[in-house]
Design a protein around this ligand. Sequence first.
Ligand code: HEM
Length: 417
Amino acid sequence: MTKEMPKERGIDHTFNLLTEGYNYIGKRMSEKDTDVFETRLLGKKMIVMTGRDAAELFYDETKFKRSGALPIRIQKTLFGVGGVQTKDGEKHRIRKAMFMSLMTEERLGLFRTIMEEEWKRKGREMERKGKAVLYDESEELILRGICRWTGVPLTDVESWGRAYDIGAMIDAAGGVGKRYRVGEDARVRTEEWVEDVILAIREGRLQTEEGSAAHVMAFHEESGERLDLHMAAIELLNVIRPAVAVARFVAFAALALHDFPEWKDKLNTQKELNNFANEVRRFYPFTPFLGAIVKKDFEWNGYAFNEGDAVLMDFHGVNRDPRLWDKPEEFNPDRFNGFVDDRFNFIPQGGGDPNHGHRCPGEPVTVTIIEESVRYLANSLQYEVPEQDLTINMVRMPTLPTSRFVMDRIRVVGSEQ
Ligand code: HEM
């Protein structure tokens, strides 16, 4: 006998999700004192889960699949249609290995050096401007860096426009109306740009380093055939786009330095920087939840999950779960001293093993960007934070500080001068 799952009564709750944003799931879990409840979203039954154990369940590939889980509107803006995120089983394993092959120690070391160089250049540019919006500057800076690393040519003339388009693709994920359409158009333009790059590499008109993402994706083969041009572009963008998305964490990191300045003096070692970057990833809201589909009937904690049921895993909630984190509402990078990561208790970018499941392959790239940004902001840049709206709108997904972190009287200091 299975138990009855706690249910949210009513015809459909899409409106509540859209108007409550990041708080929608947590609020219902506490009200119902549960880790799982049933609701209806976009006219469909949906099982919502939270907690470490639910995360472990969500990543059990014998129980869940991804194909059919991602709404097409999200594929048309954020991810691209039919990319690695939508694959299962052997097909997924082969495609995922292509991404994991990019993350060698040597390639990541090169990426760190590129980020250091790009911050030096950006620091000088921001000093010349005097006043700048950190979020926008970071998007452009990261795009320049990730294009160098992946082997995609990017001129100074196009960098701001391309960064804007990629930002719009990311922002459209949780948007409707104009916000959605702007992102959809931006994806079409961006895919065309990257398709041209892949074609030029394949035809030998553009030389790229072996091991760089553009080279790997241009020549990657599955069942003896290269990826079609469009799919190669989608997957190359699956490196470039999320890297640009890290600009949100850069803005949050600057906000943390502003709101909790006592941590500025505790950024001297690599470990301290790493702790700070991880606390930024835990503390600030980014990925709210993700969906999957039940593969075959099973029971969990006495509840029935039936083949074809759609589930939503609450990522945001796990990073703030008081059963996992002492005083989760406090910003405390030191909590990562001695922290034991069991792959399901800290999931800002998904859980499990990235080699086998869908966990994000880009965590080392993300952490490198945050670390190098924090290092530069804390040690090499002097700036004032003028009056502005730094609140984080928890209804908007993905969110960021409302004013995107404006800096004034910017000066490069120390050995960087
Ligand atoms: C802003 C920082 C980032 C966040 C919050 C983030 C978050 C995520 C999440 C939640 C997933 C889904 C996990 C799942 O489906 O179970 C994911 C997957 C993925 N991420 Fe990231 N990510 C970030 C940065 C990156 C970077 C820098 C890269 C590439 C260099 C990247 C590449 C990917 C790819 C290719 C997937 C699909 C993996 C798969 O389906 O197997 N991400 N990411």
